[in-house]
Write a protein that binds this ligand. Structure first.
Ligand code: NAI
Ligand code: 15L
Length: 264
């Protein structure tokens, strides 16, 4: 690609992926409402609020692909979720349609399916069971991606990211962890695959204790390499395993499923 747009570039994943995704394009256009530190020669910074449709169109113009990390990344009140994750994703896809962008990687979340129990193995055809307004907004993003594929042939890989951090932090992440390197490889595969249509893939490393089946997404050609088991001893030493009534034991979304919602 000549120019790849990364939204949410000031955030945790944006910061971790900037360097790893550099080989995908001659120029990385980095965007956020928060400041972005130390742009390199191959990076251009374009601040933008996802909720501003006109600014989003200008942001997307001239880009060949988008990695959409921007948005509220945890549960919040409906006005906050709506502006960043509902209006924001619609503005992105409308901008992509008007500016001729053909492929998007959308950072969806395991909280789209957070009300399933950990005992249930899920795949890309499993119906959503969002565990809050945040998960609901990610389900909206996935549906919007499907609509823009069916109606306008804009392709999307919706990555239902598990827990993407430098290392797994607790017992649940022995199942949900996604390493930074595996995420970068998945994004690279998402742009390299000849045809993706609208694909849902679970963003999870090759964890021995994983819950999700990605056989339906084999056409992406992605094989995760890392395994959360390497941190099991450290995690078990740090805290006892959750009891049978703990949110982590009842729902894949854990605490997200247990908490209330703040709707108008
Ligand atoms: P983060 O919260 O660190 O980064 C999100 C970025 O979006 C922030 O820099 C924020 O300033 C920006 N943003 C928020 N509202 C905006 C708006 N209205 N306009 C422009 N920018 C706005 O989150 P993180 O961890 O980097 O996650 C990136 C994406 O991946 C998010 O969409 C999140 O929902 C998703 N995800 C992340 C997971 C993880 O384990 N890190 C797990 C599942 C999904
Ligand atoms: C998410 O969707 C969040 O963005 C991230 O901060 C983690 O909470 C992750 O899910 C998770 O479920 O571990």
């Amino acid at each position: 690609m000549q120019r790849l747009l990364i939204t949410g570039a000031a955030g945790g994943l944006g910061s971790a992926m900037r360097g790893r995704l550099a080989p995908l394009a001659r120029t990385l256009r980095l965007s956020d409402i928060a400041p972005i530190a130390n742009p390199a020669a191959h990076e251009e910074v374009v601040p933008c609020d996802l909720a501003d449709a006109a600014a989003m169109r200008a942001l997307v113009a001239g880009c060949d692909g988008v990695v959409h990390f921007g948005g509220r990344s945890v549960e919040d009140s409906w006005p906050v979720i709506r502006a960043a994750n509902i209006d924001g994703v619609l503005n992105l896809y409308e901008a992509a349609r008007k500016e001729g962008v053909r492929r998007i990687v959308f950072a969806s979340s395991n909280h789209v399916i957070g009300f399933y129990p950990p005992s249930q193995r899920l795949d890309g055809a499993t119906p959503p069971r969002p565990d809050g307004l945040y998960g609901l907004s990610k389900a909206f993003g996935e549906d919007l991606a499907q609509l823009y594929w069916d109606k306008f042939q804009i392709e999307t890989v919706c990555i239902r990211i598990g827990s993407c951090f430098p290392k797994p932090r607790n017992h649940r992440m022995l199942s949900t962890w996604l390493s930074y390197d595996d995420l970068a490889a998945l994004i690279a595969c998402s742009f390299a695959a000849p045809k993706v249509g609208c694909t849902i893939v679970y963003g999870v490393s090759a964890n021995a204790q994983g819950w999700w089946d990605n056989a339906h997404a084999a056409h992406l050609g992605w094989t995760p390499k890392d395994n959360a088991e390497a941190w099991r001893a450290e995690i078990e030493a740090a805290a006892p395993a959750p009891g049978p009534e703990a949110p982590e034991s009842l729902w894949q979304g854990a605490q997200f499923a247990a908490q209330g919602i703040v709707a108008p």
